[in-house]
Design a binder for this molecule. Structure first.
Ligand code: A2P
Length: 276
């Protein structure tokens, strides 16, 4: 070993390498990174990821900037995928949006979260209610065989301000329907259980309105030809902004559904879509 090779190379703990980056709009992007060999997670969970912050002006020391991100890839995938907003003055996402393949990110391999099948009682119909980047955990769950084994029907609603913001979710579902490998893996009859219900609130699209309004006025159920929410058959996973989560929780509870947790499964579960 020569002298140069013997020098210790400074490495950060828990780093992973970016393998691909896709920008959807000037505010949304997805990226994939290598997966730590030891990382096991349940589809729907999140981990802390981030980058090193700027050096302290006096000491020059850098601290890691970490945020919770839902893993958007399924538990069987050899890489990890994340779907993120770009906040211009967000401490992390203002930097993270510039990552390129080959760059390193920090990833703490301690997955947690409530949007998991273990937190729901058995049911017939699963609703996945997302706004904005809240689609991420559902991108994981929609590629997980358990999701299909547990239900007869999976209704995926995604509400965004503009049509372009729906792209990541729409392409993911469209690809599931045509990807030979996924059809083989999940089963054609299972993929056929997915009913996709995208809505926009600002830009014009075929279906407009907040999903909460469309639940309240019954339009969602009429459009899909399904009965109103029923605690005996319906289960729901919710992921969006804090305000959205609070509003939809009221609607689910008034329909008689009870919130579940890992320790005590129920009829719906909620997670905040994390931004920053
Ligand atoms: P709206 O355009 O009417 O605010 P955001 O980008 O602010 O996170 O919002 C993402 C989507 O979620 C938007 O379409 C927004 O609709 C909708 N939304 C925001 N807050 C709520 C809420 N409290 N209930 C239902 N939908 C909401």
């Amino acid at each position: 070993m020569n002298e140069i090779a013997a020098k210790p190379v400074p490495t950060l703990p828990d780093t992973q390498v970016v393998t691909s980056v896709t920008h959807y709009t000037d505010q949304l992007f997805a990226f994939r990174v290598t997966r730590p060999a030891s990382l096991r997670f349940r589809s729907g969970e999140f981990v802390m990821i981030g980058l090193m912050g700027d050096p302290h002006p006096e000491t020059g020391r850098q601290k890691p900037l970490l945020r919770a991100y839902s893993i958007a890839s399924p538990s069987w995938d050899e890489e990890l995928e994340f779907y993120s907003i770009k906040v211009p003055d967000g401490p992390l996402t203002s930097k993270l949006q510039h990552i390129q393949p080959g760059d390193k990110i920090i990833l703490k391999p301690k997955p947690v979260g409530t949007l998991v099948h273990d937190a729901l009682l058995p049911g017939k119909r699963l609703y996945l209610f997302a706004t904005g980047t809240g689609f991420a955990p559902f991108a994981s769950l929609l590629r997980e065989p358990d999701t299909f084994d547990n239900y007869d029907e999976i209704i995926v609603t995604h509400t965004c301000r503009d049509v372009a913001e729906l792209t990541y979710g729409r392409e993911l579902i469209e690809n599931l329907r045509i990807d030979e490998m996924m059809i083989e893996f999940l089963g054609e009859e299972n993929i056929a259980k997915i009913r996709y219900y995208p809505t926009t609130t600002r830009e014009h699209s075929p279906k407009m309105g907040r999903i909460t309004t469309l639940i309240e006025n019954g339009e969602l159920f009429r459009d899909l030809g399904v009965p109103p929410l029923d605690p005996a058959t319906d289960r729901a996973m919710v992921c969006g902004s804090l305000a959205f989560n609070l509003d939809i929780k009221v609607l689910l509870e008034s329909a008689g559904l009870h919130e579940g947790a890992n320790s005590e499964p129920g009829q719906f579960v909620i997670e905040k879509a994390f931004v920053g």
